[in-house]
Design a protein around this ligand. Structure first.
Ligand code: MTE
Length: 318
């Protein structure tokens, strides 16, 4: 992100967005979308037939927060990625992460809360009804995408751990395992990748824990088994492959801010009025299209989130 300029997508990388819709139609006609919520067994080897049923999420609740904009193709959203743990190139994550099948994923919950501990992925996911949220995600590099994410509100997860009133911030950490994630053998960032949110941001109803996209299990390159999506913030706040959640009193350090504090602030709210020191943030290119479009304050979610930042100077607290 720091060392790359926005790339152009080659036409050969663009495929028909009907992929996602066709797949749904196929599942429906095969009767595979009937029945209750089927939690896939993440990262277990699956046969080709079994994976059709296991890696899909039927009966997803639609969300009032969804945009009706044109959806980015599945291929673009899963092959043009930022996941420095797998390399700094946009195609590195899809090339290398898709081979990774971590097992026995656990999430440590720590800090100022009543229910710290070690939670299995199943513990984390089980009580939550999944929904589909079609969100815009705007990367700091001035490209954006529109993706049907599968997940549940972050607030519902956080409140299960009963945070104390002194927990003013939440800190998130990605897995550190250089054998699994070879990009961590290089010092491009101070590993593990860490991110943080103010508690009122983390508990805002737009903040989403994501475990799937396009009706299916989240591919590793997009942050499996669980990541955040914060649609009003630049993409780097949407931390992938989370293994730790910690309730803290002070603003936590965050990876990109540590790496280049003049370029990446703690808040990282999408703001067309504040340029990155090396490029404008006023326009963006949707993955899969050639032209550029205007970037909106808070990525178009100002009505929902602007009140969180009332009275703040967003040029200084960027
Ligand atoms: N999370 C981790 N752990 N490592 C990363 O390199 N990149 C961030 C964010 N989350 C990143 C991460 C950036 S810069 C962006 S733009 C988004 O992931 C990209 O998400 P996507 O690849 O699903 O589009």
């Amino acid at each position: 992100m720091l060392i790359k300029k926005p790339h152009d997508i080659k036409p050969s990388e663009i495929t028909d967005e009907s992929h996602y819709l066709n797949r749904r139609a196929l599942l429906q006609s095969a009767g595979l979308m009937a029945g209750g919520l089927l939690l896939p067994s993440l990262f277990n080897p699956q046969t080709a037939e079994a994976s059709v049923a296991l890696d899909s999420y039927p009966n997803l609740k639609a969300s009032a927060f969804s945009t009706d904009e044109k959806i980015t193709t599945y291929d673009n959203a899963t092959s043009y990625c930022n996941f420095y743990e797998f390399g700094t190139g946009k195609s590195d994550p899809s090339q290398y992460a898709s081979k990774v099948k971590p097992k026995g994923w656990e999430v440590t919950v720590a800090g100022a809360c009543d229910k710290p501990g070690q939670y299995t992925l199943e513990d984390i996911l089980k009580p939550h009804a999944l929904e589909e949220r079609i969100y815009r995600l705007r990367c700091v590099e001035a490209w954006s995408m529109v993706v049907p994410w599968v997940g549940f509100p972050l607030v519902d997860l956080l409140k299960r751990f009963q945070p104390h009133s002194r927990a003013k911030y939440v800190r998130f950490e990605t897995l550190y395992d250089p054998n699994l994630m070879p990009g961590q053998k290089r010092n491009v960032l101070d590993w593990p990748y860490v991110e943080g949110l103010r508690i009122d941001e983390a508990t805002h109803p737009l903040a989403l824990v994501v475990i799937g996209m396009y009706g299916k299990q989240l591919p590793m390159q997009n942050g499996a088994p669980l990541r955040l999506v914060l649609p009003w913030k630049y993409g780097f706040k949407s931390i992938k492959s989370i293994v730790k959640i910690e309730f803290v009193e002070k603003p936590p350090r965050t990876s990109w801010n540590l790496s280049a504090p003049r370029e990446y602030g703690f808040y990282a709210n999408v703001n067309p009025a504040v340029s990155h020191p090396r490029w404008s943030q006023s326009r963006e290119r949707r993955l899969g299209s050639w032209g550029k479009q205007k970037t909106l304050p808070f990525n178009g979610y100002a009505e929902q989130v602007a009140h969180l930042y009332k009275g703040m100077d967003l040029k200084k607290q960027f």
